[in-house]
Design a protein. Structure first.
Ligand SMILES: [Zn+2]
Length: 548
């Protein structure tokens, strides 16, 4: 059945800034969920089986989140396992006990592990240990994740199940041990970091059913936020996605990117570009190259600022040598997969770019660098030459910029969050949330990349972090729609409201002016923070309505 939506401010992508024909007045959707026709005010709309009056509301293309951890987002939405920063060790244990007693966390044969998320060591005074968790439960294997997800703590039973007992004396600095002088000196204390944590978690028996539930709740949350397609990354989850696709449960299009650990394992697609139904595809492999700024582990070309003069120089952590990384890149590229590399510091970006150059990865392969928080001009130029896509998270700016500035040497501060510089050099910038790092509200991301406030909403007198890196409204919208779609080679059918594209769009409830008219969000981007998603449409069907 054809549907005509008219009397709207339907945003047209790819037009020059400031032109008056920025909008279509109507779009016609056909049975296949594609845009059949569209027109401005002067063009008489055609007849359709169903006609909907948009009441002059703004309509944008559906958002494409170009880097999001759907499973983790779902896990964080689940209140019954989210720790949300307890203020003391006693409160932390109390909360965990409560979670364990919650019937939705009941143990079964299939899902016996208990997993919780979101602690921070600061308010607890220290990292919890296996013995802390044993006090909560000694007879159920338990893992508790730090809010950064790069650190987890296991109880003693869980430790035993993944191969550590009282005779273990691990020598890996990613595995925590009790300090000298402690009665359990040298034994594992339950703490695992980075690849050691990933290794341990991969030994957990199937969590697939629970993962599927989390994935669905996260995707449905995305729908409420106007996201109609995602580039998603979840460890050990490909099979869960495939089952959901086969059960016809995926509400929106998922472009899956497989972690390198899974790529060399079994829970992965057999070939690059493997699809399951119309909504699931995997063409991409993700490699970590460095840590993060929060933990001073992002790899920098010059040392972090010292908090006391006696400190040794810290350049952050590179996960692989240049040779190792180049070898991995070559392998992934040879198998026909698109490359995606986590780079936060400029040194990590340098390693990634060098690996791509050495392997002669061609621009048509569209390698992705995720985060790109610090880039020198030389790196931007090389990225442009390589056809690299920068998957960025502008929500970094208000939330992190100030404390990041305190950590970085002056010279690197100039190179932070270089959105406009990337665009000016012809690098595709794709907007994303990296949820659960940031809540996947693309409207907030669009706001942040246009205005670049240097402090979170509600702070007194925020300024602009780096005026030279501000982008225009049009560029910001494109970053979260048509440009983001390029991450997944989908720009010919996603991210624009034009003939032949999927009718994926979002109807907005923008604030009103005094005269009752909706605010022009391109003129007043600050109003994006008060803008709500009224409806989300995907493939010509309304999949969310705020009034229902
Ligand atoms: Zn990520």
């Amino acid at each position: 059945m054809s549907v005509l939506l008219h009397n709207g401010k339907i945003w047209r992508s790819g037009l020059k800034e400031g032109k008056d024909d920025r909008f279509y007045d109507w779009i016609l959707i056909n049975d296949a969920g594609l845009i059949e026709d569209c027109g401005g005010k002067g063009h008489r709309p055609p007849e359709a089986a169903r006609t909907i009056d948009l009441g002059k509301k703004w309509v944008l293309p559906g958002f494409h989140d170009s880097h999001i951890h759907i499973l983790w987002h779902g896990n964080f939405l689940a209140d019954h396992v989210n720790l949300k920063c307890p203020n003391s060790m006693a409160e932390f244990k109390e909360k965990l006990k409560m979670f364990l007693e919650d019937p939705s966390n009941a143990s079964s044969d299939e899902i016996s592990w208990f997993v919780a998320y979101g602690f921070e060591q600061g308010p607890l005074g220290r990292y919890p240990t296996n013995t802390d968790l044993d006090e909560v439960s000694a007879d159920r294997p338990m893992v508790v994740y730090h809010t950064c997800l790069h650190v987890g703590v296991l109880n003693t039973l869980a430790l035993r199940m993944v191969g550590f007992d009282e005779n273990s004396r691990p020598k890996d600095d990613k595995i925590g041990v009790y300090p000298s002088g402690h009665e359990m000196e040298g034994r594992p204390n339950g703490l695992f970091k980075e690849s050691a944590l990933a290794g341990v978690m991969s030994k957990i028996p199937s969590l697939r059913e629970r993962n599927k539930k989390s994935i669905l709740s996260a995707l449905n949350d995305c729908v409420r936020l106007g996201i109609t397609s995602v580039h998603c990354l979840d460890a050990n989850c490909w099979e869960a996605y495939v089952e959901l696709a086969n059960e016809n449960k995926l509400p929106i299009q998922c472009f899956f990117s497989t972690f390198h650990d899974d790529f060399v394992g079994t829970n992965r697609p057999k070939v690059a570009g493997e699809t399951h139904g119309p909504l699931l595809k995997c063409s991409c492999v993700k490699i970590f190259t460095d840590g993060a700024l929060g933990s001073d582990t992002a790899a920098l070309s010059m040392p972090y600022k010292k908090t006391d003069p006696g400190q040794e120089d810290n350049f952050g952590i590179l996960f692989y040598s240049q040779e190792e990384l180049t070898k991995m890149v070559k392998e992934v590229d040879k198998c026909g997969f698109q490359l995606e590399m986590h780079v936060i510091g400029d040194k990590a970006a340098e390693f990634a770019v060098t690996a791509l150059e050495k392997c002669r990865v061609t621009p048509d392969k569209r390698p992705i660098l995720v985060h790109c928080q610090i880039l020198t001009h030389d790196l931007v130029r090389r990225m442009s030459k390589l056809g690299v896509i920068a998957a960025v998270q502008p929500q970094n700016v208000p939330l992190d910029a100030r404390w990041v500035r305190d950590k970085l040497p002056e010279k690197l501060q100039e190179c932070m969050y270089p959105y406009k510089t990337l665009l000016n050099n012809g690098v595709v910038c794709a907007g994303s949330s990296d949820s659960p790092a940031y809540y996947p509200n693309s409207l907030v991301g669009i706001h942040d990349v246009i205005l670049q406030p240097d402090a979170p909403q509600g702070s007194t007198s925020p300024g602009c972090f780096q005026p030279k890196e501000k982008v225009t409204f049009q560029q910001a919208i494109d970053m979260y729609t048509s440009e983001a779609a390029k991450t997944d080679f989908a720009e010919n059918f996603l991210g624009k409201l034009e003939i032949g594209y999927y009718a994926n769009f979002v109807v907005l409830e923008t604030p009103k002016e005094n005269d009752g008219e909706f605010v022009d969000i391109s003129e007043k981007p600050e109003s994006l923070l008060d803008t709500k998603v009224a409806e989300t449409w995907a493939r010509g069907k309304k999949i969310f309505d705020a009034t229902e």
